[in-house]
Design a protein around this ligand. Structure first.
Ligand code: CO
Ligand code: CO
Ligand code: CO
Length: 308
């Protein structure tokens, strides 16, 4: 085993030979949007993302399905699975099986297997002092999903965040593999600051986040101001505050957005400063247009993240 679960990394990695390792990861959850086809796509993009975050190539997938078959129309399940399958095709992966059980509540996700060269693995702890931090998708999907559940979001907003959550991190991963970077993780349940805390924890360096540069959906600001903040945001704040220092100029709504748990969020890439521009060019060429530099890795203060 090369990467295990002790550092909350994105996936497990097991070495098979000198030039081949397998990456394994699993993820599933309850519907976050009402449209079953979109839900299937998002669940699949989210599950595959952990392979991309390690710098790997996803190969095979297995479906995990919980469905109330006695009380719900089977067409809904078919649409979910079609969404998942379409994303797997886009990711050039093969569905090899799966398992389904009867359950009162729909749940869907996948277990993914990928491959990587053992020397090319990107963990969440490889960042180096002087690196630039690049984020590839806007934040705020947790807050907006809460607004969707509360019936507060209009169709246009729902379509916009669904599209973002369903977007594969494939091109972002290919871009960083081409350029060569220090570390990567995908932004999911811990929120941006939670995942950054995992990157500095025990590693002897710190980070600066330029709050004004972090991309987010404008609706997230609006909904956060209305109190549509998911429970996970508060759990992330409680758990990770030890690593974070906010400048007094960072407004409350933005603090909420920075801790907001994401579904199928973007990649957070730590790249040597001298390669940051070529990474951004590669990302643009591969249509990852939202990617921007949001911070840097610094020697001091150790194991703290300053947000200003
Ligand atoms: Co992950
Ligand atoms: Co995951
Ligand atoms: Co079985």
């Amino acid at each position: 085993m090369i990467v295990g679960f002790e550092r909350s990394d994105d996936a497990g990695v097991y070495k098979l030979s000198e030039d081949l390792a397998i990456i394994q990861t699993v993820d599933f959850f309850t519907p976050i949007v009402d449209d079953p086809y979109w839900f299937g796509q998002i669940a699949a993009a989210n599950a595959i993302s952990d392979v991309y975050a390690m710098g790997g190539k996803p190969l095979t997938a297995m479906n995990l399905v919980c469905f109330p078959i006695k009380t719900m129309d089977i067409e809904i399940l078919k649409d979910i699975l079609r969404g998942g399958l379409d994303k797997l095709k886009e990711a050039e992966t093969t569905l090899v099986g799966g398992h389904s059980i009867e359950d009162n509540e729909i749940k869907y996700g996948l277990s993914m297997t990928g491959i990587i060269h053992p020397n090319k693995i990107l963990t969440n702890s490889g960042a180096k002092v002087g690196d630039a931090l690049v984020l590839t998708k806007p934040l705020g999907t947790g807050i907006i999903n809460t607004a969707i559940k509360g019936g507060m979001a209009n169709d246009k907003v729902i379509a916009k965040v669904s599209e973002s959550m369903a977007a594969l991190n494939k091109n972002a991963s290919l871009a960083m593999q081409e350029v060569g970077v220090s570390a990567c993780t995908d932004i999911t349940g811990f929120g941006l600051l939670g995942h950054l805390s995992e990157m500095v924890r025990g590693n002897g360096f710190g980070m600066i986040v330029y709050a004004g540069k972090v991309p987010y959906f404008p609706e997230a600001k609006e909904f956060a101001g209305m109190g549509m903040v998911p429970g996970g945001t508060y759990r992330n704040k409680d758990f990770f505050s030890h690593w974070i220092r906010f400048d007094s100029t960072v407004p409350q709504y933005l603090q909420d957005i920075l801790f907001d748990p994401q579904t199928s969020g973007g990649l957070l890439i730590s790249v040597p400063r001298g390669k940051a521009d070529s990474l951004l060019i590669q990302l643009r060429e591969k249509n990852v247009h939202e990617a921007v530099i949001i911070g840097e890795v610094v020697a001091e203060p150790k194991e703290k993240i300053i947000v200003y």
